[in-house]
Design a protein around this ligand. Structure first.
Ligand SMILES: Nc1ncnc2c1ncn2[C@@H]1O[C@H](COP(=O)(O)OP(=O)(O)OP(=O)(O)O)[C@@H](O)[C@H]1O
Ligand SMILES: [Mg+2]
Length: 454
């Protein structure tokens, strides 16, 4: 076994949150000959060029004169199809190594052949964290494209997102193979507003279903649903069970090192075709902090170049927050102002609820004092503090309920809402959906608001 290691001491791309293209290449592995049938594993950041010959990356062909970029800390299986001359350049901790076993295992190939014979299939991919779900999903999608079938990938992994920014279920409809997720278009997305499904099981199931539906509407003839690696415990079990129940897929692809997700498969044994596949041994495990870094990197990168946009409240609808409901109630406002001597930004009522938006905080005893005056007519007094929700992640949608972009809440007044966002045409924004995580200007998570509190 021969191996080539490429190591450099330059800034860590990941930590510095710089786009791959801003990377400086320091060393080249030039004119290396690789034999047909051999396999290479490449770890980014790296540029891999084929000077002559043909290789495949996750099944996507890269031929003479073409290259692909391996992003930092990600691994790429390269299968050499024809004798080839390659050139590899890389950054810190990158790697290019020949391995003696096939990186796309035969059981993956057999499973794909079986799926390809099915008409208009829906496939759900399950597995623990770092089990190869994203790799298999991309390989399967590429094989669909190479067979001339337009395919949709629904990425319901809202934390370790491959398609679209974290906090969303991303949809990409493609008909050309790709060596990585970086090049795939974001066709649509469903905003969940958090990077964990915990507390958001309904949006997770509804959003996944909606994206599958949209995938077919955008002309796909097959839909692959990738999932989170959350597979242990009651919440995981409930989420996976109901997602499968709702989607009723034609195939469940189960990636396992041993038999760690058999408990999720049991209810569907004999009902849905289950394809059990082994996680290739070369797949490394990421630490918790690497996962957080990746998430924050992706979110930070998403907001590069974002600007403050002002949206008129009279033109938009606020969702997933009680601030968006009800009408201004001056009678209640007057009572409140008299009791607590502050001027709320808004006081609205609907049903038996009062929603009050204030700039900073209200002491709990003041809250109680207020409520005791109002409880005869109202069941609930909801107090939302702008200071607490500044930095909240938002999902912006157009009139047709199509995802436009994410936003970060900067300010709300009685007339408008200020949002930091890369949205191209703010006038198209019709719905602003409130999420659950608060981030700073770099996209780092700093707090979480429980669903229902705002
Ligand atoms: N067949 C393969 N051969 C070599 N590397 C692979 C293969 N499949 C995936 N990888 C790489 O291994 C790493 C982990 O795999 P992958 O991202 O597919 O796992 P995952 O189950 O989706 O993980 P997560 O829980 O983070 O979503 C990634 O860098 C990926 O590019
Ligand atoms: Mg993944």
């Amino acid at each position: 076994m021969s191996s080539y290691f490429i190591k450099f001491s330059i800034i860590n791309l990941h930590k510095c949150k710089v786009a791959v293209k801003a990377y400086k290449w320091l060393l080249n592995l030039q004119d290396v000959e690789v034999k047909r049938g051999s396999s290479l594993i490449v770890k980014g950041p790296a540029r891999f060029s084929v000077l002559d010959g043909l290789v495949e990356v996750f099944g996507a062909p890269v031929s003479s004169g073409e290259s692909f970029i391996a992003i930092a800390d990600r691994y790429y299986p390269v299968e050499v199809i024809d004798n080839s001359i390659i050139e590899v350049s890389g950054g810190e901790n990158s790697l290019c190594e020949t391995v003696s076993v096939p990186l796309i295992p035969q059981d993956w190939k057999n499973a794909v052949d079986k799926i390809l014979r099915f008409k208009n299939p829906v496939i759900i991919v399950l597995g623990d964290v770092d089990s190869g779900k994203s790799g298999f999903t991309l390989y399967l999608a590429n094989r669909f494209c190479l067979s001339g079938i337009r395919v949709a990938i629904v990425d319901s992994d809202i934390g370790q997102s491959d398609i679209g920014p974290p906090t969303t279920i991303g949809l990409s409809v493609i008909d050309k193979p790709s060596t990585s997720y970086a090049g795939l278009p974001l066709t649509d997305a469903y905003f969940v507003g958090d990077n964990t499904p915990v507390g958001h099981l309904l949006p997770m199931v509804v959003g996944t279903m909606r994206m599958v539906d949209r995938g077919f509407k955008y002309g796909a003839n097959a839909v692959i649903v990738n999932t989170t690696g959350m597979v242990y415990g009651g919440v995981a079990q409930a989420l996976k069970y109901f997602k499968i129940e709702a989607l009723n897929p034609n195939f469940i692809v189960a990636l396992q090192r041993n038999s760690e997700i058999e408990h999720l498969l049991k209810p569907f044994e004999g009902v849905i075709e289950i394809l059990r596949l082994k996680t290739p041994q070369h797949i490394p495990r990421k630490s918790r902090s690497e996962r957080t870094d990746y998430r924050e990197f992706k979110l930070g990168q998403y907001f590069i170049g974002a600007r403050t946009v002002t949206l008129k409240l009279s033109n938009i609808i606020l969702l997933n927050t009680s601030i968006g409901y009800g009408n201004e109630n001056t009678e209640i406002r007057n009572i409140i102002e008299k009791i607590i001597s502050i001027k709320p930004l808004s006081v609205k009522t609907y049903g038996k609820t009062i929603v009050m938006l204030i700039k900073s905080f209200l002491r709990p005893d003041m809250h109680e004092k207020l409520y005791s005056y109002l409880k005869e007519k109202y069941d609930e007094l909801k107090i939302v503090s702008l200071q607490k929700i500044r930095g909240l992640v938002l999902g912006l949608y157009d009139l047709g309920n199509r995802f436009l972009s994410l936003g970060i809440l900067e300010d709300i007044s009685s007339e408008d809402i200020k949002v930091k966002s890369p949205v191209k045409s703010p006038l198209e924004v019709k719905y602003v959906r409130f999420g659950s995580i608060i981030v700073n200007e770099h996209g780092d998570e700093i707090a979480r608001i429980k669903p229902g509190l705002i």
